[in-house]
Design a binder for this molecule. Structure first.
Ligand SMILES: Cc1cc2nc3c(=O)[nH]c(=O)nc-3n(C[C@H](O)[C@H](O)[C@H](O)COP(=O)(O)OP(=O)(O)OC[C@H]3O[C@@H](n4cnc5c(N)ncnc54)[C@H](O)[C@@H]3O)c2cc1C
Length: 467
């Protein structure tokens, strides 16, 4: 039997950050991971591999669509799909190796095996050879994450009916791909495959892409992706998917019950993710689940068992790596007796299409629903000098500002490098900065960030000053 102060179950961004913070604060810490590589969904089959492929395919698309205009004539460009995937895997490996090193450096005991609670203060860890280790701890942090969800009556056979996980391990480039779901994962996957010549169709149930983000972002992305030849069908519900051996058949219908069907090499389900608690032995603890299967926690992210906390995808909310990381630090510091805080409304959302999309704070629909007055400042990338220089003129930055005091309420961008630009907006929201403060800052010229200066000026009622 081994005994620790804090045991973290799951080594995704929630788990590994929790373990590192716990070790930094002097707790005797263990990390348990079911698979033989650390990093969880994000590092192995999520954030990192998708961004590697998005970058590769972005370069490939640029060679074809932008280089000639810039006077760079390239002949004989062709895609080496296997090499693209091999590089992606190298990137993943570098990250997982980095995590193994960090565990050693911080003196964290790492166990590879499946953790299962036997009581509120003890677990067994069963490794791949069936060897069982019993571990006790004062506190446990569950960070077991999520798995791809599916639709009623549709089974992920992982052969032709696949999730993002299998899409990231394909051995061949699909000629055609149907993606069910036009949320973040769906549109990122659509971009990856469309850029390399796969015929992509997105089928989405809602009336716009990215239905949980500010409505204008999904609308603008729809136009851009359609221009890139992605077929997008909205307000459709898929009711049957069949693997017919060499291809799949997808049947769907609209609200008026008009039925359609489409065939493709593969169908990728990107309809969200479900919490993962299977095999955790929660029935042996006081931990409770809500009706959707997420672990229930209080404001301190503590479950009904006072010794057990839970963080990340497994407790719901925004299923984002950096949300899990924030919760990891929050829980460990809370256990130590500190009084940390998380502003969930200030956690940014990013979509790595091109142009990128990023958002923080309230959407227009949320402000309307809550009857909160606001002013809009919106500035197009087409009017930004840096964007023109790099041929990245699509998109806009939109800021929502309180009309009386000028406080920034929400920022929504679709445009080049939005993923990095959003950091400034997070600062504005976190420190309750006003639009006037924001446009009074100096912005380097020419930079994409200047779109903010103008958007804030416009929200304040002033004309733009940049080109
Ligand atoms: C394709 C894709 C792209 C994404 N891109 C982004 C992005 O760009 N940015 C972003 O912020 N988010 C992204 N996400 C979401 C992000 O990956 C998750 O929000 C994040 O990984 C959640 O972290 P977590 O620590 O809660 O759980 P996870 O990362 O899911 O880790 C959970 C770990 O727990 C382990 N585990 C489970 N049960 C047990 C057990 N009983 N015993 C031991 N170990 C166990 C699992 O094996 C896993 O390693 C993406 C997700 C996907 C699928």
């Amino acid at each position: 039997m081994e005994k620790f102060d804090i045991v973290v179950i799951g080594s995704g961004p929630g788990g590994y950050v929790a373990a590192i913070r716990a070790a930094q604060l002097g707790f005797k810490t263990a990390l348990i991971e079911k698979y033989n590589s650390l990093g969880g969904t994000c590092t192995n089959v999520g954030c990192i591999p998708t961004k590697a492929l998005l970058d590769s395919t972005h370069h490939y698309a640029d060679v074809q669509t932008k280089f000639a205009k810039q006077g760079i004539e390239v002949q004989g460009v062709h895609l080496n799909f296997k090499q693209m995937y091999a590089r992606k895997q190298e990137v993943v490996q570098k990250n997982t190796q980095g995590l193994t090193f960090l565990m050693q450096k911080n003196g964290i005991a790492t166990f590879y095996g499946t953790a299962s609670f036997t009581t509120n203060t003890s677990i067994t860890v069963t490794d791949s050879n069936g060897v069982i280790t019993v571990i006790e701890a004062d506190k446990f942090i569950i960070a077991t994450g999520s798995k791809p969800a599916t639709l009623p009556g549709i089974t992920l056979d992982k052969k032709r009916i696949i999730s993002s996980t299998e899409a990231l391990a394909l051995q061949e480039q699909p000629k055609s791909l149907v993606i069910i779901g036009g949320g973040v994962i769906g549109v990122e996957m659509a971009s990856i495959f469309n850029r390399i010549g796969t015929k992509v169709t997105i089928i989405e149930y809602a009336s716009s892409l990215l239905p949980t983000m500010d409505r204008e972002l999904g609308k603008a992305l729809n136009k851009i992706l359609k221009k890139e030849q992605i077929d997008i069908v909205l307000e459709q519900s898929v009711y049957q998917v069949d693997n017919l051996g060499d291809y799949v058949q997808v049947k769907f219908k609209d609200k008026a019950e008009h039925e359609q069907q489409i065939e493709a090499d593969y169908v990728l389900l990107a309809v969200g993710r479900r919490p993962f608690t299977a095999g955790l032995g929660l029935e042996n603890t006081a931990v409770t689940l809500n009706s959707k299967g997420f672990i229930e926690t209080n404001a301190n992210l503590q479950t009904r068992a006072s010794t057990i906390y839970a963080i990340g995808d497994v407790i719901g909310g925004a299923m984002l790596a950096h949300k899990a990381e924030e919760e990891a630090v929050f829980v460990v510091e809370t256990i130590q007796g500190q009084k940390p805080h998380i502003h969930y409304n200030h956690i940014p959302n990013v979509v790595y299409t091109w142009p990128e999309i990023a958002s923080v704070g309230a959407t227009e629909d949320e402000l309307i629903q809550k009857n909160i007055a606001y002013k809009v400042g919106k500035f197009p990338f087409a009017a930004n000098a840096r964007a023109r220089a790099s041929m990245d003129t699509e998109g806009f930055a939109k800021v929502l500002v309180d009309p009386k005091y000028g406080e920034v309420l929400g920022v929504h961008i679709i445009g080049a490098r939005a993923a990095d630009l959003i950091a400034q907006a997070v600062v504005a929201l976190e420190y309750e900065v006003t639009a006037k403060d924001m446009f009074s800052l100096s912005y380097a010229h020419p930079t994409f960030s200047e779109v903010f200066k103008d958007a804030y000026r416009m929200a304040y009622g002033l004309p733009s000053i940049n080109i």
